[in-house]
Design a protein around this ligand. Sequence first.
Ligand SMILES: NC(=O)c1ccc[n+]([C@@H]2O[C@H](COP(=O)([O-])OP(=O)(O)OC[C@H]3O[C@@H](n4cnc5c(N)ncnc54)[C@H](O)[C@@H]3O)[C@@H](O)[C@H]2O)c1
Length: 301
Amino acid sequence: MKRILVTGGAGFIGSAVIAHLQRAGHEIFVIDNLSFGNRQFINVDDKHFFNADILDENRMDEIIGSIRPNIIIHLAAIHFIPYCNQHPYESSNINIRGTIHILKAARKYKPEKVFFASTAAVYPIYDNAVNETFATGPMDIYGLSKLTGEHLCNEFHLQSQIPVVVCRFFNAFGPNETNPHLIPEIQKQVLEGKRKIQLGNLTPKRDFIHTFDMAAAVETLLTQVKEGIHTFNLGRGIEYSVTEIVDAFSKAIGEKIEIEVDPARVRKVERQHLLADVSKLKSLGWEPKIGIEEGIKTLVQ
Ligand SMILES: NC(=O)c1ccc[n+]([C@@H]2O[C@H](COP(=O)([O-])OP(=O)(O)OC[C@H]3O[C@@H](n4cnc5c(N)ncnc54)[C@H](O)[C@@H]3O)[C@@H](O)[C@H]2O)c1
C-alpha cells in the first residue's frame, strides 16, 4: 500500500485513476481547486482532499510536506485546447508554473516516484502512428506548455534522481467528462433526443482510449518503472473517425443518427490524424480492453 497524491484528482481522468488505485488498496490524497473537476466524482474523505490551487507555491509545499506521499501523480492542468487558445496566459501559467511548484515540493519531500500527465499534443502532424522517439513540435499553447512540463520533469530527475514517468495521453473517453470534447458533445445531443446532430469537422481521426484502460496503464507504469525517466504514449493504437463514433452511438441506441455540419463549430486549424504507437507500453504487459462500441454503449446507458 502506497500513499499516493493525485493533483487534479477530481477531474475526468483523475477520478478513474483514483477509483482504480483505491481498488488496488492504495491510500489516495487529492489536490484540486475544482475549477473543472467535481468533488462528487471521487470517493475521498475531507482529510484526504485539499481544495487548493497549484499556483499557490507555499500551500503546495505545506500540503505535500504534511502528506509525504510515496508517489505523486501530477494531472492538474488546463487542457481543453480551445480554452487554452482563448486563455493562453492562464493556461500556460497553471501548466508550467503549477508544475514547477509540484516538482519543487517533490524535490524537498522526495517521493519514490513522480508521474506527469503529458499529451499527444506535443507531437506535430504525422500521418502514421507516432512512437515516443518521433520529434516533438507542438502546434498550440497547450502542447507547448505540456512539452515544457516534460522538460521540467527531465531537469527534476537529473537533479533529484527520483524516477519519473512522462505519459503522453491521447484522446480520453469515458464517464465524468469535464470538457466539451467530441464524445460528450455527441452524447449530450443524443440524450437530449436529437437524431440529427450538429458537429464541426468530420474528417479528423483520433485515437480514443477509455479512462478505465488509462487508469490500468497508470498502475502498470507506477509498478514497472523503477528508475530513470521514461516517456510513454498512452492511447488505444486505433484511429476512429467522427462518423465511426456517431455510428457507435447509433448502434448503442438502436436508432439512426444523422450528422449536420455546423460551420460555427468547425475548427480552422485541425490535425487529420492522431494515432499512438503504444508498443512500448504494451511491452510492460498492459493491454487496452474497452473498445469504442462497448465504451459508448456504457456511456449511453
Ligand atoms: N482528456 C484528455 O483527452 C487528455 C488528453 C491528453 C492529456 N490530458 C491531460 O490529463 C490530465 C487530466 O486531464 P482531464 O481530462 O482529466 O482534465 P480535467 O480538466 O477533468 O482535470 C484536470 C483537473 O485539474 C484541476 N485543476 C485545474 N487547474 C488547477 C489548479 N490551478 N490547481 C489545482 N487543480 C487544478 C481541475 O479542477 C480538474 O479537476 C491533464 O494534465 C491533461 O492535460 C488529458
